[in-house]
Design a protein. Structure first.
Length: 247
């Protein structure tokens, strides 16, 4: 697991062609808190269309810095990563997004990392790829292998910054069952099994209860789950009692 922060990440778009994509990338950057981004030799500059696609992140368009060459945009960067679908001579430097996050980044005492993306039609040329330290290939279906530029940026930012980020899932905090509750449940299970002549095979009730006890403690049950199991036993006892009264 890497511990990158948004202010350690720079996104560089090389020869970007789509004004809408520039806006969509701005929106993605805002969602992950990344403010450092560059356009290298852009074929289009931000426009009203970019603002429309950026929606609430239109202010990010004013943060763009411009450069004529990739080395200029990489000044101050410790680890540069080219996004590409190409294979070639440097295959040992080609990893997946997960490989970058889990294997490559932990090796470095990182200050700043740059993610470098090519244009929408042809991606990065070989000269720009060769400048970068590592290359990342996003696994996709071989029939439809090319992702939209903004989608690729979003995926990489999620992998590096979002995957391990704490977030509010809107649920109540877990209430784990304490040993006392588990022992009470084991006692109720023991009484029910004993009342019903279990086990009938070549084993003792104590032996079977030890197995159940192991399961209860290994399963890391929540309070509601233990109460659910006990509710089943209570229901079965009530059902049996009603049937006996009706006979």
């Amino acid at each position: 697991m890497n511990l990158l922060k948004p202010d350690q990440v720079r996104v560089i778009l090389v020869e970007t062609m789509g004004e809408a994509n520039i806006g969509a990338v701005a929106r993605s950057l805002a969602c992950f808190g990344v403010t450092d981004w560059w356009l290298v030799r852009p074929q289009r500059r931000p426009s009203q269309q970019s603002q429309n696609w950026a929606t609430h992140a239109a202010a990010w368009l004013d943060r763009i810095q411009y450069a004529e060459t990739l080395p200029e945009a990489l000044v101050g960067i410790d680890l540069s990563v080219a996004l590409t679908g190409k294979s070639g001579k440097r295959r040992h430097r080609l990893v997946t997004p997960a490989g970058l996050s889990d294997t490559v980044i932990p090796r470095f005492q990182l200050g700043r990392l740059a993610l470098v993306f090519g244009n929408e039609e042809s991606g990065l040329d070989n000269a720009d790829i060769a400048i970068c330290h590592w290359r990342v290939k996003i696994p996709t279906d071989p029939v439809h292998s090319s992702l939209n530029l903004a989608h690729a940026v979003t995926l990489m930012l999620y992998e590096l910054l979002g995957r391990y980020r704490d977030t509010d899932l809107g649920s109540k905090p877990n209430r784990w069952a304490e040993p006392k509750l588990l022992q009470g449940a084991l006692g109720e299970i023991s009484r029910y099994l004993s009342d019903h002549g279990y086990p009938s095979h070549d084993a003792t009730l104590d032996e079977e209860l030890r197995k159940i006890n192991d399961i209860l403690h290994r399963s890391r049950l929540e309070v509601f789950e233990v109460n659910f199991l006990l509710g089943i036993i209570r229901h079965l006892r009530n059902y049996e009692r009603i049937n006996q009264q009706g006979e």
